[in-house]
Design a protein around this ligand. Structure first.
Ligand SMILES: Nc1ncnc2c1ncn2[C@@H]1O[C@H](COP(=O)(O)OP(=O)(O)OP(=O)(O)O)[C@@H](O)[C@H]1O
Length: 209
């Protein structure tokens, strides 16, 4: 489903990374771990096409994303990659439901309101849908991010430290939901984390050194 080969990246020629190859099938989970500053978020942003590698390749399904133009990459990302980033970047003036619907509209031109409602309900947010996202707890916002990432049924789900600010109960809930829903949608799930609770839960891991 996703394969990378010889990925290299550099910030202004000063901080250089050579990343290990990744190969992951639909329905599988991979954790990317490693100490602070080792390039975990950088690698996740490369996989999501938010940064461009200096060299190497990233194949998602049948598409080599490095060969796409910026415009086609945006389209591809919208349809095929669900992103759960450290900062959720919600549209503050929109409700929870509207934020999730916006994601479907941007990717497909369709407002998938029914599907957004059912996803949010599955994520335990049925009674939060009309609220502004800023009125939700961090754990609830994390679940809105998950709904938004899943609304377009992506092939690949990328999550950056999804549990770092959560207590044990919420962290286990988020881990369970990510794993259950990515399987349900047939997505490959890659999680960047230094959270020991996730390391204990998912055995397939690579560590950046
Ligand atoms: N936009 C940027 N410009 C220059 N250097 C950057 C930029 N973003 C990150 N870096 C540097 O690249 C290195 C890797 O950063 P990255 O955020 O990928 O690490 P990380 O493993 O995710 O760290 P952490 O666990 O602390 O979040 C760090 O040394 C960081 O300072």
């Amino acid at each position: 489903m996703i394969q990378t080969k010889n990925l290299a990246f550099s910030y202004s020629g000063k901080v250089n990374f050579n990343f290990p190859d990744i190969s992951l099938e639909s329905g599988q989970v991979l954790l990317i771990t490693g100490g602070s500053g080792k390039g975990k978020t950088t690698l996740l942003h490369l996989l999501g096409g938010l940064l461009k590698a200096q060299s190497g390749s990233i194949r998602i399904g049948d598409t080599n994303i490095e060969s796409l133009s910026d415009k086609n990459l945006d389209k591809f990302r919208g349809k095929n990659i669900g992103l759960i980033l450290q900062q959720p970047h919600f549209v503050e003036a929109f409700s929870v439901l509207e934020n999730v619907v916006l994601s479907s509209w941007l990717a497909t031109g369709q407002k998938a309101e029914e599907k957004a409602t059912s996803l949010l309900t599955e994520l335990g947010l049925a009674d939060q849908m009309t609220k502004l996202t800023s009125r939700l707890s961090i754990g609830q916002q994390q679940r809105v991010s998950i709904a938004r990432a899943l609304i377009n049924e992506p092939q690949l789900l990328l999550a950056d430290e999804p549990t770092s600010s959560l207590d044990d109960e919420n962290a286990f809930n988020v881990a369970d939901l990510l794993s259950k829903l990515s399987k349900e949608y047939g997505a490959a799930l890659i999680i960047v984390t230094h959270d020991q609770r996730l390391k204990d839960r998912f055995s397939n891991q690579i560590t950046l050194l």
